[in-house]
Each structure stands twice: as C-alpha cells, then as structure tokens.
Write a protein that binds this ligand. Structure first.
Ligand SMILES: Nc1ncnc2c1ncn2[C@@H]1O[C@H](COP(=O)(O)OP(=O)(O)O)[C@@H](O)[C@H]1O
Ligand SMILES: [Mg+2]
Length: 252
C-alpha cells in the first residue's frame, strides 16, 4: 500500500503546492510510483504541473461528490500521475454538507488505487474546511509546510487543533510526518529567529525538516509548468534539500 501524505497548512502561500510537486518529482526520480492529488479549488497544482485548468472536464470534484463510485480522473506528467482540480471543487464544500459518508469521500477512491502507488501526495487547500478534513482523513501522514516569517506561528494553534480533532475520531492513525520550514533566507536575522521559534515550539511535536530556501528558481519552474529538476534554471542546493526530505519520507 502506498503511503498517503497530506501537505496541510490553512495559510495560503506557504509553499504547499510547490513542495507537493517537487517532493513528488524527486520521489519519482528515485523510482517511486507517484500520485499527486489536487484538493485546492484554485487548482495551482494542476497548473504547476503544466495543465490548462479550463481543459479539464473530469476532476477530483467528480470523484468526491458523485453518489456512484466514480474513479479518480488521472493525468500524467513528469513521471507522475495527477488527479486534477478546477474551480468546480469550490462547490464541493456546499454539496458535501448533506452528503452521506462525506468523511470518507476522498479516502474511499484513494484506498481503491493505493496499491498502484508508492506515495500519494495530497495538496490541501488553504482552509480548515471539509476539503482539508477529508484529505486528513484519507492520509496516513500529514506534512506541514510552514513559512519562516514573523506570522508563521500564529496559525499553528488552529492547525494543530484540526489535526488533533481528526486524530481523535475520524483517523486515529494519522501521524505528523514533520514540519517543513519554507521560503527561508539564511542571511536574514528575522527569518533565523523565526526558524528558532518554530523549532522551539514544534520540535517536541514532530521533526523539523531542513528549511527550503527562498529561491526564485522554484517559483519560475512552477510558472513554466515543471518541477525544479526539469527547469532550465536548476538550483542544486534546493534540489539537495528536497532530496534530504525525500529520504525521510522513504523511511516513514
Ligand atoms: N521556496 C520558495 N522560494 C520562492 N518562491 C516560492 C517558494 N515556494 C513557493 N514559492 C512561490 O510562492 C507562491 C506560493 O507558493 P505555493 O506553493 O503556491 O503555496 P501554497 O500552496 O501554500 O499556497 C508561488 O508563487 C510559488 O511559486
Ligand atoms: Mg496551494
């Protein structure tokens, strides 16, 4: 059975989607069979992977709201499979309110195909709502990207509360794989202090991964619709850090 990892933080712009694609690609490079799942109605992962969101007529939305057993739609790019999203997914929040068995709407279709993969990475939306909840219910692990910025720790209380709530009842075996500081500028004293604060407050809860530096090359690669490793402007030190995290994920 593939390990299912949700990348979750209710703050937007912390690097969830960038990490999902790039950890996914580095894992694929090491021979792992990969599925990425776009659970954000903004569909950034689908775009970052190089797809035109408006071309997708079947998306993850169909699989999670359908009353019949609709399989997950699967696209292929960069040695990975992707279940795409589009803005229709924004309707799912409403439509699932009264739906039967809504807690397992993602877990069920993922369980059906988990044997075909070594890892399934779920890119959560920037919210604590039902889409994030059903992602955490479907997952074995949660990985929390956390921006090394002054405000970073402000949301961690509600983030941890949400994870605890899921662990208490709906997914008792959910584990925190770690916190991944992102957009870190090593030369910046404020970033350094924030990293220290993140470590001080969260290291007792789960491992703190090597920070991902702020690197234009990462943003540019996504803009080209590619993982960093396939971009014309590679950044070898960022790739080395991604691979360090990948080795931890392999040992989960
Ligand atoms: N390490 C980084 N360095 C520089 N820019 C980054 C980095 N990680 C992500 N970005 C950029 O920041 C923006 C937000 O990242 P994204 O991965 O979409 O965050 P989230 O999914 O948490 O909203 C995107 O434009 C992305 O290209
Ligand atoms: Mg995102």
């Amino acid at each position: 059975m593939g390990k299912i990892i949700a990348l979750f933080n209710q703050s937007g712009g912390v690097g969830k989607t960038t990490l999902t694609m790039n950890l996914g690609y580095q894992l694929a490079e090491r021979g792992h069979r990969m599925l990425l799942v776009d659970m954000d109605p903004q569909a950034s992962l689908t775009t970052f992977m190089g797809f035109d969101v408006s071309d997708q007529d079947k998306t993850i939305y169909n699989a999670i709201v359908s009353e019949e057993d609709e399989p997950l739609p699967i696209l292929q790019a960069h040695q990975m499979n992707l279940s795409p999203a589009n803005i229709m997914l924004a309707n799912a929040e409403q439509e699932l309110i009264l739906a039967d068995q809504r807690e397992t709407r993602l877990k069920e279709p993922l369980s059906a195909i988990a044997n075909d993969y070594d890892f399934i990475l779920i890119d959560c939306p920037p919210s604590l709502g039902i889409l994030s909840q059903i992602s955490l219910i479907a997952a074995d692990y949660v990985l929390v990207p956390i921006q090394t910025q002054f405000k970073a720790l402000m949301g961690t209380d509600s983030l941890l509360k949400t994870i605890k709530k899921i662990q208490r009842r709906l997914n008792k075996t959910l584990k925190i794989a770690g916190f991944c500081p992102t957009m870190y500028s090593p030369g910046n004293a404020l970033d350094q202090r924030t990293l220290e604060a993140i470590t001080e407050q969260l290291a007792a809860i789960a491992p703190i991964f090597t920070p991902i530096p702020r690197a234009t090359a990462l943003a540019e690669a996504s803009e080209f619709g590619k993982p960093l490793a396939l971009s014309p402007k590679k950044n070898l030190s960022v790739l080395a850090i991604l691979n360090e995290i990948v080795i931890v994920l392999e040992q989960l």
